[in-house]
Design a protein around this ligand. Structure first.
Ligand SMILES: [Zn+2]
Length: 491
């Protein structure tokens, strides 16, 4: 399946006056949320990097502040804003991203290397800063009211502040080379436009599916892909979100955008299309500011929500989100589907292959077949020993249930294998004598004595040789710097 899908522009939010900054009254909410972010897959946020030429392979370091790995607050704020927008039918702000996309009135423009691609923004989703409701009456959508807006002269400062998230529990970092972030780009109108509009109206906001198995890596380093210093699953970061002067429903939506609900998880950082960036966010503490107390006695007024009370409050937020934003149900359900994290039924998102695109220009996004990523891919480019997902060599299965079970088992094996891969019991280019387990037209399968329960596909080298199941053969094992087996070849 394609790695992303769009949350539709369904019902737009009602515009309300922004609360002026000088106004603080008891009916508005202020406080601090303490948040914990736990990585479920490999996770990467880029720091400032050296520039490299366009065709050069780029290695990227994790973002750090005085040596401590961090996620910049601005990056967290942007991620949470896009959830907040989608869950409330807020306007299409594209905050912070002006290099490749722009919205002017009701036209959403993208640029790629060749040209500009314009899509129409549906009624009610044009950026607030361009609308007369804001210019004349200071009315804006929920996201602009809470996160702020800045649009050619029109300004409203946000009412939330995100701190940087600092690493507090380190499970380690590893350099991994990611599969290229594939097409389809915005020029692919059957993916970005709605079919009903003849691909003229923008579909919605783009979100990426989770890949429980984690990163799609490769051993090929080219100008098309990147090597990143990723933090490993299990790493924990902590940050705070300060808010002031929020209306009740604005606060509910802010908190809900942070915690979501089962089985949803966030996707944050780089490499979302190739399996990185699945995270769980929990609120571990909540301080509320009592404005009256603060005025009577400056420096006081913060009330800690007790641990028992916190759980109840968060349950209440989930309930009230659905009550107050029921108009956005269609968008919510789309996001819930895309962001479902299900370890028992893992999806396997992958960009469709180049050849698939070449031959299927007019196929809309919803009709992309599950295996489009494998379409006419050269087998040599996808070694089995790497973490790339490969279809089984054709074997008949008695029923689709058996196939599903088998698929599941394979995913679990692969996960175990990935854990085991941190320390591979082979030196690079070590030669091993093995038994041929299976033979197909261009390849044969073997298992390695020091790695239990896994088979590796090896390309046939000698066209004149008879490869027989059960016979012995010498193979060479290729291991990269990250201790991953990248390839097994006939020695
Ligand atoms: Zn807005």
């Amino acid at each position: 399946m394609n790695p992303y899908q769009f949350v539709p522009f369904a019902e737009p939010a009602e515009l309300k006056p922004v609360v002026p900054h000088e106004k603080i009254d008891g009916s508005l909410n202020s406080g601090v949320l303490r948040c914990r972010l736990t990585a479920l897959t490999e996770f990467f946020v880029s720091g400032p990097q050296e520039r490299v030429a366009r065709d050069q392979h780029q290695r990227l370091q994790f973002c750090r502040d005085s040596g401590t790995p961090i996620i910049p607050g601005s990056s967290l704020k942007g991620s949470i804003r896009s959830v907040f927008e989608a869950l409330s039918g807020s306007c299409l702000s594209l905050a912070g991203d002006v290099r490749k996309r722009r919205v002017r009135n009701d036209i959403l423009s993208y640029w790629d290397k060749r040209r500009q691609h314009d899509y129409q923004v549906p009624d009610g989703f044009a950026p607030c800063g361009m609308r007369n409701e804001f210019k004349q009456k200071k009315k804006a959508c929920p996201a602009c009211r809470v996160f702020g807006l800045l649009y050619s002269g029109e300004v409203h400062l946000g009412r939330v502040h995100f701190s940087d998230a600092r690493l507090v529990s380190d499970t380690g970092f590893r350099e991994i080379t990611l599969e290229p972030f594939g097409a389809p780009g915005p020029r692919h109108r059957t993916f970005y436009g709605t079919p009903e509009s003849g691909n003229q109206i923008a579909r919605g906001r783009k979100f990426y599916y989770h890949r429980v198995q984690g990163a799609r890596t490769t051993s090929e380093k080219t100008g098309q892909n990147k090597t990143v210093e990723a933090s490993l699953p299990g790493s924990v970061f902590e940050f705070t979100v300060e808010y002031h002067g929020l209306r009740d429903d604005e606060l509910i939506l802010l908190v809900y955008s942070l915690i979501l609900e089962e089985p949803m998880r966030h996707k944050i950082g780089m490499g979302k299309g190739v399996g990185l960036g699945s995270v769980k966010i929990d609120i571990t503490g909540w301080q509320k500011l009592d404005v009256k107390k603060r005025y009577q006695n400056p420096g006081t007024g913060f009330v800690n929500v007790s641990a028992d009370q916190l759980e109840l409050e968060l349950q209440n937020v989930r309930k009230r989100y659905h009550e107050s934003f029921s108009y956005a149900r269609e968008a919510f359900e789309a996001l819930r589907d895309i962001w479902t994290w299900d370890e028992d039924n893992p999806r396997d998102p992958q960009y469709p292959s180049y050849m698939w695109f070449k031959e299927n220009r007019n196929v809309p996004l919803e009709e992309v077949p599950d295996d489009a990523g494998q379409y006419k891919v050269r087998p040599s480019a996808a070694p089995r020993g790497s973490q790339r997902s490969q279809p089984e060599p054709s074997r008949s299965t008695s029923s689709s249930d058996a196939a599903t079970l088998k698929q599941l088992q394979k995913q679990r094996d692969k996960q175990k294998q990935q854990e085991a891969l941190f320390e591979v019991p082979y030196q690079d280019r070590e030669v091993e004598k093995v038994t041929i387990l299976e033979v197909s037209e261009a390849t044969f399968a073997v298992s390695l004595p020091k790695i239990k329960g896994k088979t590796f596909e090896v390309k046939k080298k000698n066209p004149y040789r008879r490869y027989k199941v059960g016979s012995k053969i010498r193979v060479r094992v290729h291991v990269n710097a990250a201790s991953e087996i990248t390839r097994v070849e006939e020695a």
